[in-house]
Each structure stands twice: as structure tokens, then as C-alpha cells.
Ligand binder design. Structure first.
Ligand SMILES: Nc1ncnc2c1ncn2[C@@H]1O[C@H](COP(=O)(O)OP(=O)(O)O)[C@@H](O)[C@H]1O
Ligand SMILES: NC(=O)OP(=O)(O)O
Length: 312
């Protein structure tokens, strides 16, 4: 049966170790092969993606090359720029793969504005890692060059700059996304978590932040009444006791069980935790199902449901 599915792509779907445009386009061509399976099986697909590495790299490029006449752009504009660049690569790749498979389907990126609360405490507590990883010496050098940057240790993988990351409370373009889906167009939306905006009277005003793409994808899935939210990352399943000798893969898990594991701090902050929180929120608010698995496991998931499935 055809389902309306929001698929959120993790970092490894776009960028592995080479940040050149060519390498990211190549990675997305491979990603598109996996995504095409959802369409081949008759589902209505909406794609979202992250931008943490890309927007951080853009900030560094801006900082390095800006002058009074060629100023660096604010972070909300940088998010829009990465929505555009990654969206272009992805719509190009998925369109090509679908045509190669004989499927005539438009794929189009929507620069998406995501509403946030101007008083969200996240604005004064930066927490979202962006850009490259640094070792300790590299981090100290980057901090010396940019005294207003904040860095944190990111899940044992090195140091990264962090920026504010407010929670999404709405998606301005969700009706556009639904119209596209109803007309057989595959939308790419809330890329990089969406451009953070706040409502001021009739205006939507950009705010300097990077929204978590798992939370933004959840909000979009809720608003378009998706049947499923699928979060694709580098692991086939969510685990308890992850990376320990007694690690256990979660296959079918209820929200109540997942909340218990969350209370035991089983999920790393800034990596698996937001996915778990987004999955719980979607299932609770929509009654649909959420899935966390890897890109490479998509065909298996579509065949036999393998991956971690979260239900009420
Ligand atoms: N309990 C857990 N179960 C599975 N993976 C976990 C867990 N805790 C942390 N992780 C790590 O979280 C990673 C996913 O987070 P991240 O790489 O930040 O996501 P994204 O794919 O969105 O870029 C996994 O690849 C894994 O290394
Ligand atoms: N915006 C965002 O959440 O990006 P990443 O998933 O790449 O961190």
C-alpha cells in the first residue's frame, strides 16, 4: 500500500571524508539509488537532509574571504545557501536515477522556512555541532582566530564549533510540500533543518541558528500527515549499550520502552538522542510509525522491515 514517507538523510548520505562538490555529488548519486526504492515501491516520498558539515564549512569560507565590500552572510542565509546547494545536488541525482529506471517524476527543492520561538533558550546556549572536526591543537588555533566561536567535544570524535539550535515549532511551506506530493512531485524540504525564522507581525524574520534536521523532519512529517518518518543514518539499528560487548540491537520497540532507555542515557547527545526524541514525538503526535536505520539497509527494510521500528 502506498505510504506518505518523510525520509531524513544523515551526514554519511552526503559527505564522507572529501568535502569537494564532486565528492558530495557522487555520494548523493549513490544515496539516490537507495531513495529510488521508496518510489519504485509506490510510496509518496518527501526527502530532508542535514547540513552540519556544509554550513560549518561555508561559515569558515565566509570568515576567510570576507571584506567590507564582500561581507560574510548571516547564518540563516548560510542555511538557505546549503539548502540550495545540497538540494541542487540531490534533485539532480534523484531525477537522473529515476529517469534511468524509466520513472518520469519531477524532484524539486523547496527553500523551507522553519518557525522557531524567539525566546528559545537555545539561542543563549549554543549546542549544534557544525563544520569540520578538530583535534585539540586545531581547536585552540581556530578559537584564537575567532574568539566568539564556541567549541565542544563531539561524541568522542574530536572538537567542533557549536551554534544555537532552537526547536522547530512550525514549517511555513508545509502546504506547498503537500501540494507537490499530491501532484506526484518529489519535494526536498527542511534541508539543514530549515531556515530558522520567527514571526514578527506579518513578517518572518531570519534568526542565526541551525535547526536539527531530525526535529525539523519530524515537524514536517507531522504537518503533512505522513504515515512514516524514516531517519537514515550510519547504523542499521538503534542499540542499547551501544559499542559495549553486550550491545543489543533494537528491532521493534514501543515509545514507552524507548523512553525507558532514554532515561538510562543510552543515546548519545547530539547524535542518536535527537533521532530517538524525533521518532518518539512523531509516533506520539501522529500515530504513525518511525524508523531508524541506515541508507544501505533501505532495501532490506522495504522487504522485511529490518531496522529499528518505533510504534505506539
Ligand atoms: N545507542 C546508539 N545506537 C546506535 N547508534 C548510536 C547510539 N549512540 C550513538 N550512536 C551513534 O550515533 C550515530 C548517528 O548520529 P550522527 O552521526 O550524528 O547522525 P547523522 O546520520 O544524522 O549525521 C551513529 O552512527 C552511531 O555512531
Ligand atoms: N541541520 C542538521 O541537523 O545537520 P546535520 O544532521 O548534518 O548535523
Amino acid at each position: 500500500m502506498s505510504k506518505k514517507i518523510v525520509v531524513a538523510l544523515g551526514g554519511n548520505a552526503i559527505l564522507t571524508d572529501d568535502a569537494s562538490a564532486t565528492a558530495q555529488q557522487k555520494a548523493l548519486l549513490e544515496t539516490a539509488q537507495y531513495l529510488a526504492e521508496f518510489i519504485i515501491q509506490g510510496n509518496q516520498l518527501i526527502v530532508s537532509h542535514g547540513n552540519g558539515p556544509q554550513v560549518g564549512n561555508l561559515l569558515l569560507q565566509m570568515a576567510g574571504g570576507s571584506t567590507d565590500k564582500n561581507p560574510a552572510m548571516p547564518l540563516d542565509t548560510d542555511v538557505a545557501m546549503t539548502q540550495g546547494s545540497i538540494g541542487y545536488w540531490l534533485q539532480n541525482a534523484l531525477g537522473r536515477v529515476l529517469r534511468e529506471k524509466g520513472i518520469d517524476r519531477d524532484v524539486a527543492t523547496v527553500v523551507t522556512q522553519v518557525l522557531v520561538d524567539a525566546n528559545d533558550q537555545a539561542f543563549i546556549n549554543p549546542s549544534k555541532p557544525v563544520g569540520p572536526f578538530y583535534d585539540e591543537a586545531g581547536m585552540k588555533k581556530a578559537k584564537a582566530a575567532n574568539s566568539d566561536f564556541t567549541f565542544v567535544e563531539d561524541a568522542g570524535r574530536g572538537y567542533r564549533r557549536v551554534v544555537p539550535s532552537p526547536r522547530p515549532v512550525g514549517v511555513q511551506e508545509y502546504r506547498t510540500i503537500n501540494t507537490m506530493v499530491a501532484n506526484d512531485i518529489v519535494p526536498i524540504s527542511v534541508g539543514g533543518g530549515g531556515v530558522p525564522v520567527v514571526k514578527e507581525g506579518n513578517q518572518l524574520v531570519g534568526r542565526e541558528a541551525v535547526i536539527d534536521k531530525d526535529f525539523a523532519s519530524e515537524k514536517l512529517a507531522e504537518l503533512v500527515h505522513a504515515d512514516q518518518l524514516i531517519i537514515l543514518t550510519a547504523v542499521d539499528n538503534i542499540y542499547v549499550n551501544f559499542n559495549k560487548p553486550d550491545q543489543k540491537k533494537l528491532e521493534h520497540v514501543t515509545v514507552a520502552e524507548l523512553k525507558r532507555y532514554m532515561d538510562e542515557n543510552q543515546f548519545a547527545k547530539g547524535s542518536m538522542l535527537p533521532k530517538v526524541q524525533a521518532a518518539i514525538e512523531f509516533v506520539e503526535k501522529s500515530g504513525g510509525t518511525a524508523v531508524v536505520t541506515s541508507l544501505q539497509n533501505v532495501a532490506n527494510y522495504l522487504n522485511d522491515g529490518s531496522g529499528t521500528m518505533i510504534t505506539k
